[in-house]
Ligand binder design. Structure first.
Ligand SMILES: Cc1cc2nc3c(=O)[nH]c(=O)nc-3n(C[C@H](O)[C@H](O)[C@H](O)COP(=O)(O)OP(=O)(O)OC[C@H]3O[C@@H](n4cnc5c(N)ncnc54)[C@H](O)[C@@H]3O)c2cc1C
Length: 418
């Protein structure tokens, strides 16, 4: 596939789809065919359900799927982070056991990283894993865990060595979330949804072969997951739309979206819904107000430049070049856009923006925007953390003084007893 061109790839995928695609197939059966053919994840290695295609050619494959209305592999949610991490660090057994079922959508994953005392300071995790006999035994608490309430597996960051410095005492595991030692408790957010959970682990068990990466290398493996999370923030915001077409496979896909995408239902609102600003300004007559017009113009300029910057980053990635500063700026700028959009929606709707009943602006969607946009500044690394990254790694400014990396973790003062 190394000399593949867009024309040859389009011809090849079109021929394969025309020979194999049918809306009467079951969703899992079809996705197994995609895994076998490599067309479901064509940028993955050919020995693991892919075709070694350069990422730049994947959009052409997607377009051919859309042209026929063919359903793709399961992509939404933490499963994409699980796949990327397993592909980079997993053993042969991990790849065989998990990758196919990630593509078919049979398994749902969650990310067990954040804890009450370690979110931004992720390397300060105090959930402990101890080797007892031939099992790792896990005790501790995670929080903010999206989708844990319907996940089979969790990407777990746990402390295995309290005498090593902070970043070196962590190990990465694949945890069976459905075992008795794991209790998942949903949290209700201020926008009314319950996407996150607290996860309590009490003598939960992990067999040694489900360690991902080497003992003490959890931070390195977690960095792979986080890189993909920040890069994928845009993709996650693209709300999966079920097709309106008829056929068994579309019914099954709609049912899947209803369950798997439930925690992400409010994600478009979280991004600020810039798309609703002009129609709302026209509908309310706000577009005649000179002050409001200026604010709308500022928002649209910010949003467009953010979009172009993101496209530059994506193109660099597709062409195999380093992303440069655009990658780091994208996450931070999306927070600015979301906040500004919430402000403009408030200016357009006035106090009515707070209403949620049926006769409220857009049936409560505007209110949902106002209480959802703060999440953009927190998820996947807060604005302040992004600023630290930009100043230290992009602008090469002096690093923040650290007093917690030069001594055993157990000697670092913490606000939670570990
Ligand atoms: C929508 C959403 C989905 C999420 N899903 C998951 C998930 O599935 N799994 C998971 O593990 N986690 C998840 N999270 C958690 C998320 O990663 C954390 O909330 C985030 O990393 C911040 O950590 P924290 O909430 O503990 O805040 P803290 O780290 O306690 O930060 C509190 C405040 O202090 C500031 N601050 C902290 N350190 C510094 C510093 N060094 N310099 C300057 N300011 C600083 C922060 O910017 C913030 O304003 C999710 C969060 C959201 C909002």
């Amino acid at each position: 596939m190394s000399e593949a061109t867009e024309t040859s790839v389009r011809a090849e995928v079109r021929a394969w789809l025309e020979a194999n695609w049918s809306a009467d197939l079951g969703l899992v059966a079809w996705r197994n065919m995609l895994a076998d053919s490599g067309w479901g994840a064509p940028h993955w290695p050919s020995e693991w359900y892919g075709r070694d295609l350069p990422p730049g050619l994947v959009p052409a494959v997607d377009e051919e799927f859309q042209r026929l209305g063919a359903v793709g592999v399961a992509k939404a949610g933490i499963r994409t982070l699980a796949a990327a991490t397993i592909l980079a660090h997993g053993t042969e057994m991990h790849k065989r056991k998990f990758l196919r079922r990630i593509l078919t959508g049979e398994d749902t994953w969650c990310q067990l990283f954040s804890e009450p005392g370690s979110g931004s300071d992720l390397a300060g995790a105090t959930t402990r894993a101890e080797l007892r006999g031939n099992k790792w035994v896990v005790n501790g608490q995670k929080v903010w865990t999206t989708s844990a309430h319907h996940a089979q597996y969790g990407l777990l960051l746990a402390r295995t060595d309290w005498d090593a410095p902070k970043h070196q005492g962590l190990t990465y595991f694949i945890l069976d979330v459905e075992q008795p030692g794991v209790e998942v408790v949903p949290l209700r957010q201020m926008n009314g949804h319950a996407s996150f959970n607290q996860v309590f682990m009490t003598d939960a068990e992990v067999a040694p072969e489900f360690m991902l990466g080497a003992l003490g290398e959890g931070w390195k493996v977690a960095t792979t997951t986080l890189m993909h999370e920040r890069r994928g923030a845009d993709a996650l915001r693209a709300w999966a739309q079920g097709s309106t077409r008829e056929g068994r496979i579309y019914d099954e896909e709609r049912a899947e979206i209803a369950t798997v995408m439930e925690p992400y239902k409010w994600y478009p609102q979280r991004a600020g819904r810039v798309d609703l600003v002009l129609p709302r300004a026209e509908a309310t007559g706000g577009n005649a107000d000179p002050v409001l017009r200026q604010e709308i113009a500022k928002l649209l300029i910010l949003s467009k430049t953010a979009e172009w910057t993101a496209r530059r980053a994506r193109t660099a990635q597709e062409q195999g070049r380093p992303q440069g500063p655009e990658g780091s700026l994208g996450k931070l700028v999306s927070s600015h856009v979301a906040r500004k959009a919430a402000g403009v929606h408030t200016l357009i709707s006035g106090a009515d923006a707070m209403l949620t009943a049926e006769d409220s602006p857009l049936d409560g969607v505007i209110a949902e925007i106002l209480v959802s946009t703060p999440a953009t500044s927190i998820a996947g690394g807060t604005d302040e953390i992004q600023r630290n990254i930009i100043s230290e790694r992009v602008l090469k400014m002096p690093k923040e003084p650290r007093v917690d990396t030069d001594r055993p973790f157990r000697d670092i003062p913490r606000n939670i007893v570990g």
